[in-house]
Ligand binder design. Structure first.
Ligand code: C2E
Ligand code: MG
Ligand code: MG
Length: 405
């Protein structure tokens, strides 16, 4: 049997405790591994960095190996009062079921380790051919993403954002789409692109494209989603300045959407980028509020202009259920007291819009007002929405629903 082991989040340990302490973690980990898997029945070796391999011979049960490996306790490390708990993940492959050659076993243990890592810290996974399939399909998606970036295989769709005060369009959100393979959604492929390290490149293209398209509707605000990795890029502001000047767009016609992870990131580059965007007059929106931690303290700590209530917050009858309704109304009130306006996402029913409007919610976005569409179609839809509020129809039946608000 072959076990591959890897310290969880080793780069964070390195960063927080320094190289010396991190080396210490590795040394202690190695020592305990030798104790848990003693020779001559086991062979422990360090592969590189924080990765170890254990080869066991004889017929030990593969299913007990995982817990034995991941339960190895590396003492908690402290420095300046910071507690860092060190955990380990393991991937296991056994001969002959999972392969006959060393390289095959190595590859399969590595796939199992990848799966263990993906499922959280301190997990172990025994190789299974289905993992190989999942691995292949992920590799396939990765290959398609690389190709799409080379071939300009992406396009931006735009979805209207409606002012609940005037019931007219106030802006659009730019949403990334693949030209081919409509079934791949950005929620799936954006993380893949980030992992491949291609987000800065694609992000620059998104910014360029959104600035260019925004000239079709200059009186509306075009919102651009920024991935956390883009905000770590010291060249981000230069990119934005360049395209703003090139397409001669007013900063007030552009907004940027960030996620809460960005606000938790204490890096100076992220901070400077956010401040730079504010100083230039771009509207900053906190996206996906209601998922993740949704800490209300972000709202006072960071100067954001707009909060986007995630669709999970408003859908599924939450507006009617008393407790969640109270919560949403409370969030809207707090935001208004802090001068933050609120956008409700995922509005599929006119009643939802009507309720939120009553509660003072400022904007709404959702299929009820229009699905994401290519720039040309989106521009036409905006004109219709602008000129004729009666064009707000039930997106399923096509019936006008203006009377509902
Ligand atoms: P998001 O920024 O929260 O975008 C809103 C998502 O809700 C979009 O999904 C949109 O199509 C969907 N949506 C809008 N109205 C409704 C509705 O009434 N019902 C339902 N069920 N869904 C609705 P999409 O386009 O699949 O994007 C998913 C996520 O991918 C986005 O969430 C965003 O986090 C990310 N993403 C999309 N485009 C970009 C991009 O250009 N850059 C980056 N970094 N991330 C992007
Ligand atoms: Mg967004
Ligand atoms: Mg969102």
């Amino acid at each position: 049997q072959l076990i591959l082991l890897d310290v969880d989040d080793f780069s964070a340990i390195n960063e927080e405790l320094g190289h010396r302490a991190a080396d210490d973690v590795i040394r202690q980990f190695g020592k305990q591994l030798l104790q848990e898997f003693p020779s001559p029945h086991c062979l422990v070796s360090r592969l590189d960095g924080d990765e170890f391999a254990v080869l066991t011979v004889g017929n030990s049960d593969v299913f007990t190996l995982g817990p034995r490996a991941t339960n190895i306790a590396v003492p908690r490390q402290t420095r300046e009062g910071i507690m860092v708990s060190v955990t380990i993940s393991a991937g296991i492959a056994a001969a002959p079921e999972h392969g006959h050659t060393a390289s095959e076993l190595m590859r399969h243990a590595d796939i199992a380790l990848g799966a263990a890592k993906a499922s959280g810290p301190q997990r172990h996974v025994v190789y299974d051919p289905a993992l190989g399939e999942a691995f292949k399909s992920r590799k396939g998606l990765e290959a398609r993403m690389k190709q799409a970036i080379e071939d300009e295989g992406f396009e931006l769709f735009y979805q209207p954002i409606i002012s609940l005060r005037t019931m007219k369009p106030a802006g659009v959100e730019a949403l990334l789409r693949l030209k081919q393979g409509a079934k791949d959604t950005p929620a799936v492929f954006v993380p893949v692109i980030e992992k491949l390290g291609l987000m800065p490149q694609l992000g620059a293209w998104i910014i360029q494209q959104a600035f260019r398209d925004s000239r079709r509707w200059p009186e509306l605000r075009t919102s651009i989603n920024l991935s956390p990795l883009q905000l770590e890029n010291p060249a981000l502001l230069d990119q934005i300045d360049f395209h703003r000047a090139r397409f001669d767009v007013a900063p007030k016609s552009i907004g940027f959407e960030i996620t809460e992870g960005v606000l938790l990131n204490k890096s100076a580059t992220v901070h400077d980028n956010l401040q730079g965007l504010r100083d230039r007059g771009y509207v900053l929106a906190l996206d996906d509020f209601g998922t993740g931690y949704s800490s209300l303290s972000y709202l006072s700590e960071f100067e954001i202009h707009r909060l986007k209530l995630d669709q999970s917050f408003v859908r599924g009858g939450r507006l009617i259920e008393t407790r969640s309704a109270t919560l949403i109304q409370g969030v809207i009130d707090i935001c208004h007291k802090l001068n933050i306006d609120v956008v409700a996402e995922g509005i599929e029913e006119m009643e939802e819009a009507a309720t939120l409007r009553q509660w003072g919610c400022d904007f709404a976005q959702g299929y009820q007002f229009g699905r994401p569409a290519p720039a040309r179609t989106a521009a036409q839809n905006l004109v219709t929405l602008q000129n004729n509020a009666a064009a707000i129809v039930d997106y399923r039946t096509g019936e006008p629903v203006l009377g509902a608000v």
